[in-house]
Design a binder for this molecule. Structure first.
Ligand code: BF8
Ligand code: SF4
Length: 658
């Protein structure tokens, strides 16, 4: 019988300018096309997102299903067990919060494990780099510091912070950083986290078939779990990383693919754990390895970061950053990357194939993340250089044997990053009166209209970087100071908005503040885990006085315009539960006009928290955030001050012109 020939479906042709605004990525996608190499952009174009899943209208929590409901008639049908659309959507949402929270808290716990072993002297390759921060964090959780040795303080701090993860009853240690009125709301709702492990476990339990079947009650445990991440696991990760590796302060660094060097051994570290990167920095600076590289004909070893661990070492050490999430495959197309070394989170499996096409070695290092086709060199903190030296040697060998044609986009930009909340305090207040007073005063007098956190991923379902950049431009034009983390900050850095010179793009009030202080209107503060720095800054603004009593009173808003990961959902939920209006782009996994939708997008605010917002359009997003900030200014009674200050400025400008 003749074989039936099924014609292969023709793949969609991509117009690269429609899918990214990053010129370096466009150049590499063009090369990939010539080379016949596929990336996530191609796969996204050829994979229609499942419309039922996109609305979160399906459930596969048991084998009586999977059950599909109709988003167009959400109450017309229930699952086999009787689960309603609200139960199904809230359980799906809960699983995303649980997974996202688990990723951050597992990462944070690894940092804390490392800290413990360093303090006990069992790990000697790392040490406490910032004893001042150690002291400050210890004091903040009630550890006695007066007249005690650094080791004793650190051991007590470890014991205290471990509760963040393992405590089964009570409140996590950093709950004491939460402004009193915000904490009161949480207590009333019963959502103060006990310990992250307990909260994640309970959330997984409650979202199992046949357990919690009230969307509002499920949302409560979502908030509690998310708060265990923001004010718990992530905050500990940030604080411990600062203690071990140094607290960031502003530094000018090159970003984008032009940081690769054709005549050097190029190593990219991509992932989330700073311990791997710190050891890699040691390895690439080891004299014998540098000589090896030279013997292989290279001018040196060039270490660059990508995604979040890239963002962390960028703010701590000024290591160049080669790009964000949607550029990780594209950069391999340069042929110039000798090794891409990864650990955990946001590592696309597709990297393995692209790396293979260009003879690049993809090296996994963490026991939690192996990839078929990649080389695994396990990283142990007790002997970190065994792994990272090996990675460098592999990179040198690949450099020697490079066969791939090398093409590096000659595109790079300078960004200034590293605005820890401690530095923001110092920058605005000066050495003698480091405080948030000047920030609050400038908000009260109206020069700064409000503060926005713009964070999160890039996503092939929307034009890479476009939504981030347009949104941030709109915000600063309207006198809103922007703080940034993760892949979003790299989008802005690539577009030159993280430099003090970008103040010219800001509205007159914000521009005046930026020019006086010499700061950019867009402040890059680190990785996604460092969103905890934004929470601390919010708490400091409340405590400083004059802007209300709870975080929900502040004229602030948040956004993740190109989000893709479950971590982003968890982050969004902890900002909302903390009192912040948070707008997401791309697609929100929910059916609009349902009870669960109303609860997230309105009900939580009525309970004294923040609320969710959604739009894929950057200008509409800016409008929503500005409207919220103005609403808060009005409630605080500071809306008139802004009108006065802008009138003053107009008068002054007229005088200048005359
Ligand atoms: O934690 S911003 S794509 S790299 S999830 Fe991932 Fe999103 Fe980038 Fe970091 Ni955050
Ligand atoms: Fe269907 Fe209910 Fe099972 Fe979900 S839990 S798959 S809705 S029967």
């Amino acid at each position: 019988m003749p074989e039936k020939i099924i014609p292969k479906k023709k793949k969609k042709e991509l117009n690269f300018r429609d899918i990214t605004t990053c010129d370096a990525t466009i150049q590499m996608l063009e090369k990939a096309k010539r080379d016949g190499v596929e990336t996530a952009f191609d796969r996204a174009a050829n994979m229609k997102a499942c419309p039922i899943g996109a609305d979160s209208a399906c459930c596969k929590h048991c084998s009586m299903g999977p059950c599909r409901l109709n988003a167009k008639d959400p109450y017309g049908k229930v699952g086999v067990c009787g689960a309603t659309i609200d139960t199904i959507m809230s359980r799906n949402f809960a699983r995303m919060v649980a997974a996202g929270g688990a990723a951050h808290t597992d990462h944070g716990m690894s940092m804390l494990d490392l800290f413990r072993d360093v303090v006990k002297g069992e790990i000697t390759d790392y040490k406490i780099k910032d004893p001042i921060k150690l002291d400050a964090v210890a004091k903040s959780v009630g550890v006695e510091t007066e007249g005690r040795s650094m080791e004793d303080i650190a051991l007590d701090l470890y014991a205290e912070l471990e509760k963040t993860y393992t405590q089964v009853d009570g409140e996590i240690p950093f709950a004491n950083r939460v402004p009193a009125k915000t904490l009161e709301v949480w207590r009333k709702q019963g959502i103060v986290p006990r310990g992250a492990m307990r909260e994640i476990m309970e959330l997984m339990h409650r979202s199992h078939m046949g357990v919690d079947q009230h969307y509002a009650n499920i949302t409560k445990q979502c908030s509690r779990t998310a708060l265990a991440d923001g004010w718990g696991g992530s905050m500990v990760a940030t604080e411990i990383s600062d203690i071990l590796f140094g607290t960031p302060s502003p530094i000018g660094i090159e970003v984008n693919m032009g940081v690769l060097k054709e005549d050097q051994v190029n190593i990219i570290v991509h992932g989330h754990e700073p311990n791997l990167f710190e050891s890699m920095i040691e390895s690439v600076n080891t004299q014998s390895l540098i000589e090896e590289a030279k013997k292989a004909g290279a001018k040196g070893i060039n270490l660059c970061g990508m995604c979040c661990s890239g963002a962390e070492v960028l703010v701590r050490h000024g290591i160049p950053h080669a790009g964000n999430f949607m550029s990780t495959e594209a950069i391999l197309v340069t042929g110039a990357v000798d090794v891409m070394c990864v650990d955990v989170q946001c590592i696309k499996q597709g990297l393995a194939k692209v790396a293979d096409c260009y003879g690049t070695q993809l090296v996994t290092t963490n026991p939690r993340c192996h990839i078929e086709g990649a080389t695994h060199v396990e990283f142990h903190e007790h002997d970190p250089k065994a792994c990272t030296d090996d990675v460098v040697i592999k990179a040198i060998t690949r450099f020697k044997n490079r066969t791939a044609e090398v093409e590096i986009p000659q595109i790079k930009n300078i960004g200034v990053h590293g605005f820890s909340h401690e530095y923001i305090k110092y920058m605005l207040g000066g050495t003698f009166r480091a405080s948030y007073r000047p920030l609050n005063d400038n908000i009260i007098n109206g020069r700064i209209r409000g503060v926005a956190g713009v964070v999160g991923c890039t996503n092939p379902r929307v034009k890479q970087d476009f939504v981030h950049v347009e949104l941030v431009k709109e915000l600063i034009k309207n006198d809103i100071l922007v703080v940034q983390t993760g892949c979003s900050q790299i989008a802005l850095a690539k577009n030159g908005l993280t430099t003090p010179e970008a103040a010219v793009l800001a509205g007159p009030g914000l521009r005046e503040v930026c020019e006086t202080v010499g700061m950019p209107p867009v402040l890059g503060i680190g990785s996604c885990v460092d969103n905890s720095r934004i929470l601390i800054a919010c708490a400091e603004m409340v405590n400083e006085g004059g802007l209300g009593e709870s975080i929900a009173d502040l004229p602030v808003a948040g956004a993740a315009p190109e989000w893709m990961s479950e971590k982003a959902i968890c982050i969004g939920q902890y900002f909302v539960a903390s009192g912040v209006f948070t707008v997401f782009g791309v697609k929100f996994p929910i059916v609009e006009e349902t009870k669960f939708h109303k609860h997230l997008f309105q009900g939580l605010e009525e309970e004294g928290m923040g609320k969710w917002g959604y739009t894929a359009d950057p200008y509409e997003m800016a409008r929503m955030m500005i409207a919220h900030i103005d609403k808060k200014r009005k409630q605080l009674g500071i809306d008139k001050a802004r009108e006065r200050v802008l009138m003053d400025m107009a008068d002054r400008q007229k005088l200048d012109v005359a």
